[in-house]
Design a protein around this ligand. Structure first.
Ligand SMILES: NC(=O)c1ccc[n+]([C@@H]2O[C@H](COP(=O)([O-])OP(=O)(O)OC[C@H]3O[C@@H](n4cnc5c(N)ncnc54)[C@H](OP(=O)(O)O)[C@@H]3O)[C@@H](O)[C@H]2O)c1
Length: 239
């Protein structure tokens, strides 16, 4: 029986690689995002279902629910990004509050609300995998703290879902190339610094993350839950 997989932010970058990996394995895949054109193009290429949905909007999530099957085996909370890259920083407390709210909405609330929207459909033996960031360990304005909050939320979620036979984990990528994450904000010098920080001497790829997500959603990972799994080439070692 094919698994039913929902990947938020599945049109581009890491989400697209995750959707492609599950589709290639024979799973039925639903992808979401805010831009219909990008979403539909990816869905057509992968043989996935596209549902336009802003994961921070409760009304759009209610509509997403209607478009989804009664059973969800795997939820990948991938939607997000550093919203500071979407514009120039403003000045004053109002601008600061708006910038923090934007990153918390994009990276924490999308996962919290999407998971709540499909929670009663998560199947025994299923998995929730959320995409965090190395930024959670480094600070990084409001983006890092939002990803740190995602990891903290995951701890509670793993406890809540454990009895239903569902695991909950975070994959924490380092620098991943070939995504839209950095918009036009990544200089050559910064890219070189990020790669030099690794032990592998290269940027991560979306497929590196998709492989780890696939593992966490696999039968091999049934006793792995409540964890943060870093995929960063050693740029931030853990103990
Ligand atoms: N690339 C890196 O170096 C890196 C490193 C660490 C962590 N990450 C994390 O990896 C995840 C995927 O990012 P990426 O690198 O693949 O960049 P990306 O290509 O920009 O992908 C992000 C996707 O999320 C979607 N999205 C954003 N906000 C959304 C919302 N409110 N509702 C629904 N969809 C939304 C975007 O589509 P729409 O704009 O059409 O909605 C886009 O398809 C993010 O959580 C990011 O924080 C990336």
């Amino acid at each position: 029986m094919p698994r039913h997989v929902l990947v938020t932010g599945g049109a581009t970058g890491i989400g697209r690689a995750c959707a492609a990996r599950f589709a290639k394995a024979g799973d039925q895949v639903w992808i979401t995002g805010r831009r219909a054109e990008a979403l539909e193009a990816t869905a057509a290429e992968l043989g996935a279902h596209a549902v336009v949905c802003d994961g921070s909007d409760p009304d759009q999530l209610a509509r997403l629910r209607e478009a989804l099957p009664a059973r969800i085996d795997v939820l990948v909370n991938n939607a997000g990004g550093n919203t500071d890259f979407d514009g120039e920083p403003g000045e004053g407390l109002h601008a600061l509050a708006a910038a923090w709210r934007a990153n918390l909405e994009a990276n924490l609330l999308t996962a919290v609300l999407t998971t709540a929207a499909v929670r009663d459909r998560l199947a025994d033996g299923g998995a929730v995998v959320s995409v965090g960031s190395i930024a959670a360990d480094h600070g990084n304005g409001s983006y890092g703290p939002a990803k740190a909050a995602l990891a903290s939320w995951n701890v509670g979620l793993a406890g809540e879902l454990g009895g239903a036979g569902v695991t909950a984990n975070v994959v924490s990528p380092g620098y991943i190339a070939d995504t839209e994450f950095f918009r036009d904000k990544l200089t050559d010098a910064r890219r070189t610094t990020l790669i030099e920080a690794t032990n592998t001497g290269r940027a991560g790829t979306p497929e590196d993350i998709a492989g780890t997500v696939a593992y966490l959603a696999s039968p091999d990972a049934r006793h792995v839950t409540g964890q943060v799994l870093a995929v960063n080439g050693g740029a931030h070692p853990s103990r």
